[in-house]
Design a protein around this ligand. Structure first.
Ligand SMILES: [Zn+2]
Ligand SMILES: [Zn+2]
Length: 230
């Protein structure tokens, strides 16, 4: 048996037990008859009823507060989530921008690398060309030196030729003079010969004349005249 009724009297008559506090109460004290009690399954004393009500109202209040709090928290969390989502989106966008900038830089770098390689090839080619030109220059200098020597030789030869030409000219002049002399002498000689011939002819004629004059004088005279006209 639990605690007894609040009247602290002894057990008597119809008594009823509270479902919650398990206390026993006199039916008279809590104003309930046996007939009434048989109609209900559960019964609570006035204190338990009050505390139960209070508890229920407290639970209700707590539930309401909880609901309000939950919805408030939910709203705050949703807001925070939205902010986080926006931040993540912004971060993602900036990350993508950084990636695209990096890719752009990489492409530029590749281009620069390519240009550099090209320039290095050009420099190597130029160096080869310069060494070729150097060699050609050296060869040309050798050729020029040879040509200079040849020129010197030609100049010497030219001088000798000029000297020879002068000699030839002198000889030519002397020859012409000699020719003139020879012609003069020839003319003189011819004249002498003619004179000699004439003299000889005269002598012959005279001889003939003297011989012919013995046989016939007429034709001999004529012949003499013919010979003289020659
Ligand atoms: Zn009582
Ligand atoms: Zn009770």
């Amino acid at each position: 048996m639990g605690k007894h009724c609040f009247c602290l009297d002894r057990d008597k008559g119809f008594m009823i037990c509270c479902d919650l506090c398990k206390r026993w109460f006199h039916g008279e004290c809590v104003q309930i008859t046996l007939k009434k009690a048989k109609m209900v399954d559960h019964w609570n004393c006035i204190w338990c009823s009050q505390s139960k009500q209070a508890e229920e109202s407290l639970i209700e209040k707590f539930t309401r507060d909880m609901e309000r709090f939950k919805s408030q928290v939910k709203a705050e969390m949703l807001l925070e989530l939205q902010v986080m989502k926006d931040q993540i989106l912004t971060d993602k966008t900036s990350e993508q921008q950084q990636i695209s900038e990096l890719e752009k830089l990489k492409k530029e770098n590749d281009l620069i690398q390519l240009n550099l390689t090209h320039l290095q090839e050009l420099v190597a080619l130029k160096e080869v060309m310069i060494s070729d030109l150097q060699r050609e220059k050296e060869e040309s200098q050798i050729v020029i030196a040879g040509l200079k020597t040849e020129l010197e030789n030609l100049k010497k030869e030219n001088k000798q030729v000029a000297l020879k030409q002068t000699m030839i000219d002198n000889l030519q002049r002397e020859r012409e003079k000699a020719q003139v002399e020879i012609e003069k002498l020839l003319r003189e000689n011819t004249m002498k010969l003619v004179l000699k011939e004439q003299t000889k002819n005269k002598k012959t004629c005279l001889a003939k004349k003297s011989r012919l004059s013995l046989s016939s004088s007429q034709p001999t005279i004529k012949r003499y005249i013919d010979d003289d006209s020659d």
